[in-house]
Design a protein around this ligand. Sequence first.
Ligand SMILES: [Zn+2]
Ligand SMILES: [Zn+2]
Length: 331
Amino acid sequence: MTKDPSAHTPIANSSRGQISRRDFLGASAILAAGLAAGGCKTSHEPSKEPIIDIHQHLGYSDRPDDVFLEHQRKMGITKTILLPAGRSVQTGSTHEGFSNGLQAKCLGNADCYRFAKAHPKEYLFGGNEVPDLDDAVKEIEKYLKLGGVIIAEQKFGVDCDSTEMQKIYQLAAHYHVPILMHWQYMMYNYGFDRFYKMLEKYPKTIFIGHAQTFWANIDKKNVDDDVKLYPGGKVTPGGITDRYLSDYPNMFGDLSAGSGLNALTRDEDHARDFLHRHQDKLIYGSDCNDLVGTVPGCQGAKTIATVRRLAPNKVVERKLLYANAKRVFRI
Ligand SMILES: [Zn+2]
Ligand SMILES: [Zn+2]
C-alpha cells in the first residue's frame, strides 16, 4: 500500500449540484469518438476525458518541474490545482520547523502563482499561510485577489476551532473559495470530532477534508491512533467523516493520497456504496510525489483507476474525476 509521503510518527502533543447534461454528453461523445478512432484498443494511453486534480504540489520532495509536468500529463490530468506551503518558520504550529514546506519540501505562494501563470490552461493555484502568524489572513488574501481558487494546504499543528483558523474560515467564505485541511491525529488540525461546530458556525465556508484521520473516520468503529494511521479491513458505515459528508452541505472529501486510496481499497463493497452515497461530495486529487505518473508506481494514477473500477456508473465516475471539482471550484 502506498503511504502518504508525508506520514510519520507524530512529534507533538499539543493540545449539489448535478453533472450537467452537456458535460455528460460531451464526455460521452469524446469517449465514443475515441473508441471509433481507436477501435478496440486497450492501450495505456491517457484517457481523453478531462480530469481535474485538486491536490498537487510544486517542488514536492524535490521533484523537478519538467518531471512534474510530464507526471500530470501521463496521469491524464487536464487541470491541476497547486496547493502552496506556508512560509518557513519555527513555531509550535510548524512543530518548530519540522512541518515547513508541508513536511515535503513543497514550495509556497509565489512559486505556485508563477508556475500557474506560466501554464494558464492547465494549472491553477491556491493561497496559504501558517495560520497563527500575525499576517496570515493578509498573505492568503493577497493570493486570492490574484486569482487563487483555494486556501490550502492547511497542514499545521493548530486547533480546528482556534481563533486563527476561524478567521481563515471567514476569509474562505468571503472569497467563495474552499479551504482544504489535512487531518492527522495529534499532528495537524486538532479536534476532528468537534469540527461539526465549525461546519455549523460557518455554513458558507466550503471545507474539503483530506488525509489519514479524515479517511480513517469513514469507519464507525475507528479509534483514532497516532501510529496506525492507515487502518485496513471491513468498514462499518457511519463514522464521523461519513456523517459530516451526509449531514453538512459544506463538507466535501478529497480522494487524494495513500489515505484516500486506502479508504477505497480496504473494503471495496463499502467503497462502492460510499462513492454512490457521496457522489456529489467527493473530489479527485492525487497528492503523489512520484516521478512516473502511471500504474503501478503512481498512487494518483492508481486512485483514478480505482475510482473508475468502483464508481457505480459512468455519471458518478465523471462527477468524482471532474464535474464535482468544476462545480465546487467554479472553474
Ligand atoms: Zn498535499
Ligand atoms: Zn503520481
